[in-house]
Design a binder for this molecule. Structure first.
Ligand SMILES: Cc1ncc(COP(=O)(O)O)c(C=O)c1O
Length: 400
């Protein structure tokens, strides 16, 4: 059996007619950039996310860059960033000449540790970027409270978390000063290429970002500020307009797949389940349910990634790859240990939770179209790796 990490062809097949029609509609219109499809997407996103303004942009990376530019982040400023995320979260800060100040993650949610943020704030701190990693919200309440008390902006990196509701019911991206989304094809809502979105409830900031999206020129060839080419094209917006109504259903299917994994890992005796987040003979695989329950922040999750932890992660990765089971490490090297950030002076051991996570995490296939048989195959292969038999054999052994 082959179990890819993601099967985009299956999703395409389910919406083929509508998607093909949307692509042809754009081709026939010959209207390619920032047209009616983009405007329709922006209004639909405002409604869906419960936010005042949404602005379609060229990618999730550009969403972060534009948000930071809109906030006026520049040389001499500091931006607090979790050391464990996709590169764009930190890279965009450096590209503006500002300094990313790394902090550790909470070991159980993988998201930025609010207590560490406070210690990292200096008079130069301009913004904090909480990342809603893997599809679970960061602890926004303490972050927003801290930021408000110090007059610091909060840029939510919601690239992996579209649709997630924080515990107060609001959707992520509508809570901070700015929200940033990616529609890279592997995201829960994926375009046919690169695309992204910024959101804000601040109308002045929205206006600045709207102008910066097109090189800082409200009137063509007259530039009031320096911006960039952050435009979203019509083809991507048309595809996203077709897919958006299906997003919550797909995320629900991902949640069901995750729950089935959790159950099977328990049935196979590899995980003791919710609340048990330490490794031992009965817990050779730490599941998201076990980890998140122990963290006390277990609530809404859209499972952009289903990530387990293993003390023998690298061997397990090879084992699964040999059995045609897609898997990936998000992320193998925290920012503070990346070569490009060497000059910032961080050393190994600075952020133990992130370093441990980067050595243990492994993402398994969780896409909506995954079948029960494929999930069973993934878990039984992991059980085999650990020398554990089928659940029936395990029960028989227990009763013998
Ligand atoms: C957490 C995070 N931030 C930012 C990005 C950047 O998005 P994009 O790939 O659309 O530029 C991604 C996407 O990969 C991401 O996962």
């Amino acid at each position: 059996m082959i179990v890819p990490l993601l099967d985009l062809k299956a999703q395409y097949a389910s919406l083929k007619e509508e998607l093909d029609r949307a692509v042809i509609r754009v081709a026939e219109s010959q209207y390619f950039i920032l047209g009616p499809e983009v405007t329709a997407l922006e209004r639909a996103m405002e409604e869906y996310l419960g936010v005042k303004h949404a602005l379609g942009v060229s990618s999730g990376t550009d969403a972060l860059l534009l948000a930071l530019m809109g906030l006026g982040v520049e040389e001499g400023d500091e931006v607090i960033v979790p050391t464990f995320s996709f590169f764009a979260t930190a890279g965009t800060v450096t590209r503006l000449g500002a300094k990313p100040v790394f902090v550790d993650i909470d070991p159980l949610s993988y998201n930025i540790d609010p207590a560490s943020i406070e210690r990292a704030i200096t008079p130069r701190t301009k913004a904090i970027i909480p990342v809603h990693l893997y599809g679970q919200s960061a602890a926004m309440a303490p972050i927003m409270e801290l930021a408000a008390s110090r007059g610091i902006a909060v840029v939510e990196d919601a690239a992996q978390a579209i649709g997630v509701r924080y515990s107060d019911g609001r959707r992520v991206g509508a809570i901070g000063t700015v929200g940033c989304f990616s529609f890279f094809p592997s995201k829960n809502l994926g375009a046919f290429g690169d695309a992204g979105l910024v959101t804000t409830n601040d109308s002045e900031l929205y206006e600045r970002m709207r102008i910066m999206r097109v090189h800082g020129g409200e009137r063509r060839y007259y530039h009031s500020v320096i911006g960039g080419n952050f435009r979203l094209d019509e083809l991507q917006a048309a595809v996203l307009n077709v897919k958006l109504p299906h997003l919550d259903g797909w995320s629900e299917r991902r949640r069901q797949n995750a729950a089935r994994y959790d159950e099977l890992f328990m049935e196979y005796g590899l995980s003791e389940g919710p609340g048990r987040a330490g490794f031992d003979e009965r817990n050779r695989v730490l599941t998201p349910a076990a980890i998140h329950e122990a963290s006390g922040v277990a609530d809404h999750h859209i499972f952009n990634q289903y990530v387990i932890r293993s003390e023998r992660r690298d061997e397990l990765k090879t084992w699964l790859t040999e059995r045609a089971i897609g898997n990936e490490i998000y992320y193998p090297v925290p920012f503070h240990m990346q070569e490009c950030f060497r000059d910032l002076g961080y050393t190994e051991g600075a952020f133990p939770a992130a370093e441990k996570a980067s050595a243990e995490v492994l993402a398994l296939p969780v896409y909506p179209e995954l079948t029960p048989e494929q999930i069973e195959y993934v878990v039984s292969s992991i059980a085999e790796f650990h020398g554990v038999g089928s659940p029936a054999r395990k029960d028989a052994a227990l009763h013998s």
